[in-house]
Design a binder for this molecule. Structure first.
Ligand code: CDP
Length: 308
């Protein structure tokens, strides 16, 4: 057998994959007590229902926003303030069933689109594409989609040139919330504001909101207290955390950060739409282990197989 990078990766993760497959094979049952306990802790320590998003109510003109994990702050100008949503979109709202869709290659040929779309609230990550035949496997319904501002640089020339292609790509997400982690670095703030101006200028129905860096910070502390060693949470875990507060039943699709499929071990691309590798600062296998633990405790349900 050739010793390829894929094989090396597989050998490196084989133990974790085997363990995950074994845990996944046990019958899943929702554990209401565990769900409520975790939700109670998340809400008391992070309170995503009221704090996940920067609003005009929470962040007035002249207040200061702290960048994630940095000493740097930003004073809220009237111009920046005008781009904040007025009221928090989730206050006092909960849904029965949510689907959080990670971008893993495990979704390829999964036929999970219909099942995902049957959830009341569907969360997607990083403007992952929905057309081009992906719909059957990942669905189309979107209530919230995140966009890391680096996407605007990689796909849309930092929104400095023609901006219409960006607005056209937003169409598939309808009038969902577009969640922008604008306050991790100052360069991301500038790009996010430019994205919001573009959305306004082209009258796109999507509703842009900023992810609150204080919420992100509190989530990091929360998951560290649960044993996760990380300096920055992935988009996926951030969205799972939000869903655990917003929804009674949380289902995860596309979460499998390994290079081989759990069932027949065929090679997988990192994303269902490309093979750009993950950035090193996320401890993806450690995050996955945490998600697997929550699955085993009946708090959320991971889906690693194809859908019926
Ligand atoms: O922004 P980030 O690089 O974290 O995410 P992404 O690559 O756009 O994928 C969105 C999310 O899907 C990630 O944050 C992971 O939680 C999850 N994912 C996964 O579990 N397995 C993969 N192979 C790829 C993504």
């Amino acid at each position: 057998m050739d010793y390829t990078p894929d094989l090396a990766m597989y050998l490196c993760h084989r133990g974790v994959i085997d363990k995950a497959v074994e845990r996944y094979s046990q019958t899943w049952k929702k554990q209401e007590d565990n769900c409520q306990k975790l939700r109670f802790h998340l809400t008391s320590e992070c309170n995503g229902l009221d704090r996940a998003v920067v609003t005009q109510n929470s962040t007035p003109v002249d207040s200061e926003i702290s960048y994630n994990g940095l000493k740097k702050t930003l004073k809220v100008t009237p111009e920046l303030f005008s781009t904040f949503i007025k009221e928090h979109p989730f206050s006092n709202k909960t849904w029965d069933t949510c689907a959080v869709v990670g971008n893993g290659g495990i979704l390829i040929n999964s036929s999970c689109g219909e099942t995902i779309d049957s959830a009341q609230f569907v969360i997607r990550c990083n403007l992952a594409p929905l057309g081009n035949g992906y719909e059957k496997h990942v669905g189309i319904k979107t209530d919230l989609v995140t966009a890391n501002p680096s996407i605007f640089v990689e796909r849309y020339e930092a929104l400095n040139g023609r901006r219409r292609p960006f607005v056209e790509d937003l169409r598939s997400y309808g009038n969902s919330l577009l969640l922008l982690p604008a306050f991790s670095y100052s360069s991301k703030t500038i790009l996010s504001v430019r994205a919001i101006y573009t959305i306004e200028d082209f009258e796109s129905p999507i509703r842009p909101v900023y992810l609150n860096p204080e919420y992100v910070e509190s989530l990091l502390l929360f998951w560290r207290s649960q044993g996760l060693r990380e300096t920055r949470l992935s988009t996926g875990l951030t969205m799972v955390s939000l869903a655990l507060e917003l929804c009674n039943n949380v289902h995860l699709y596309g979460f499998w950060p390994f290079s081989h499929h759990p069932h027949d071990r065929h090679n997988l691309t990192n994303h269902y739409y490309d093979d750009i590798k993950p950035k090193v600062f996320h401890a993806m296998p450690a995050e996955f282990d945490l998600l697997m633990r929550l699955h085993s405790q009946g708090i959320l349900r991971l889906h690693l197989g194809d859908c019926p």
